[in-house]
Design a protein around this ligand. Structure first.
Ligand SMILES: *Cc1c(COP(=O)(O)O)cnc(C)c1O
Length: 433
């Protein structure tokens, strides 16, 4: 089945179906003991997502606590430097806590409150999800247990401190490789014992139903705002939109409100060091269907069908699977999945710092790198990128590994002067530039 933008009128009503399937992907592959717990979440969400009280409360939180709407920004210097195609950013880096993750964490926290739960449980890898969830827990006055591999705890000290300052308990996991996968197992186990009083909060548009749907719904605010803002700024829709894909939450949030529009959509996967198994985390590009963490999707697998080791310079992107809705939209041909290497992403990182005064997250730099490629290949037009987060968390690592960057080829003062004069004329105040 192939779907064009004209086939998306009823999409949100039909996908996922009641069992949480997007075509063959998604579903709920759970140990029997956890089935009632997930059913409780599903029932609660289906009731609450239509409640005016819930929706209004979430609106108020977004506006007053998170600082939404985040702006859409036109990158004039970057666009001008590359050619004629115009690059725009949806500034999720300006969302409270510095990334898009808070959009679904606040939704999950509000759901927990409506369900009468006392505690939020989750795992975290690099710590970004843990910090966002700890923030939501503090806001709602809920307890928060974050499971984290011992190796990650040692690597991500600032995020561990943030979570603790926000009142969360960070529980070290010492099994296996002591990283994300073991942390997921530990969080599931804890949830099994505590689900009467606690709710499990997933960190992306992945996991057993209803999480991929719920996280998509909570993140859709990104695309809804961006679509309206872009129309208001330019009078048109963008020709293309792009977002990086780890588990796929920031991407699906931007994409869904544009599915019914004549807009080209690009999901950008991390190609890491290259195509070899273990050198990347491009699940859609190199994976095949399989089940991990309770849902069916594209999965990077070794010869025995086990989840393969993954790598990306961006720790938020190194997940061996991908949200089931992405797998579906890939197969029906509505979204293009492309990949960007570490090097290309880092080049984009430095360009945005130097040309626009914005330090992006290394994850988001992947989406930006694709926009730069697109701008070089297109004579005209526009591309809107989801800048999913800010790069403060990455600065030390980037500078240690790649240095401070240089200005090779970047528009410097002389040409900047010409650009300004060209565009605005030499007004009095510009003569002294
Ligand atoms: C976690 C993270 C991502 C990846 O997660 P998705 O669910 O794929 O969006 C991307 N960007 C930033 C800044 C992140 O923190």
């Amino acid at each position: 089945m192939n779907m064009t933008y004209k086939d998306f009128d009823r999409y949100l009503k039909d996908y996922p179906n009641k069992e949480g399937f997007f075509g063959p992907y998604g579903g709920q592959y759970l140990p029997d003991e956890l089935v009632p717990a997930f059913k409780e979440i599903d029932d609660a969400y289906e009731t609450i997502c239509h409640s005016a009280k819930f929706i209004n409360e979430l609106r108020r939180i977004r506006k007053e606590f998170q600082g939404r709407p985040t702006p859409v920004y036109h990158c004039e210097r970057l666009s001008n430097y590359l050619g004629k195609c115009q690059i725009y950013l949806k500034r999720e880096d300006l969302n409270h806590t510095g990334a898009h993750k808070l959009n679904h964490c606040m939704g999950e926290g509000l759901l927990a409150k409506y369900m009468g739960k006392k505690k939020l449980i989750a795992e975290t890898g690099a710590g970004q999800h843990g910090v966002a969830l700890a923030t939501a827990a503090a806001y709602f006055g809920l307890e928060c247990d974050i499971y984290m591999g011992e190796v990650d705890i040692a690597k991500q000290a600032p995020n561990v401190t943030r979570m603790k300052l926000l009142g969360a308990r960070v529980i070290p996991v010492s099994k296996g490789l002591k990283t994300l996968k073991e942390a997921v197992d530990a969080a599931f186990e804890a949830y099994l014992n505590e689900y009467k009083d606690a709710i499990y909060c997933i960190g992306s548009a992945v996991g057993p139903h209803p999480f991929p749907k719920m996280v998509r719904d909570f993140q859709s605010i990104v695309g809804i705002e961006a679509r309206e803002q872009f129309l208001e700024m330019t009078g048109n829709l963008p020709d293309a939109i792009a977002a990086c894909v780890g588990g796929g939450s920031n991407a699906i949030g931007l994409f869904v409100p544009f599915l019914g529009d004549p807009v080209d959509i690009y999901g950008v996967e991390p190609l890491g060091k290259g195509a070899k198994l273990g050198d990347n985390a491009a699940s859609m590009t190199f994976g095949k269907p399989g089940i991990l963490h309770g849902f069916q999707s594209y999965l990077l697998q070794d010869e025995d069908g086990n989840p393969a080791p993954v790598y990306s310079v961006a720790s938020g992107l190194d997940y061996p699977s991908v949200g089931p809705e992405h797998a579906f939209l890939h197969d029906v041909g509505r979204i293009n999945y492309v990949s960007v290497s570490d090097d290309e992403a880092m080049d984009a990182f430095y360009k945005l710092c130097r040309l626009e005064g914005i330090i992006p997250a290394v994850e988001s730099s992947h989406a930006l790198a694709y926009a730069i490629r697109y701008a070089k290949e297109h004579e005209t037009g526009s591309i809107l990128v989801n800048l999913s987060g800010r790069g403060d968390k990455d600065m030390d690592f980037v500078v240690e590994k790649f240095g401070l960057g240089n200005d090779d080829g970047i528009l410097k003062e002389e040409s900047a002067k010409e650009f300004v004069a060209d565009k605005y004329g030499l007004g009095d105040s510009f003569k002294e530039i």
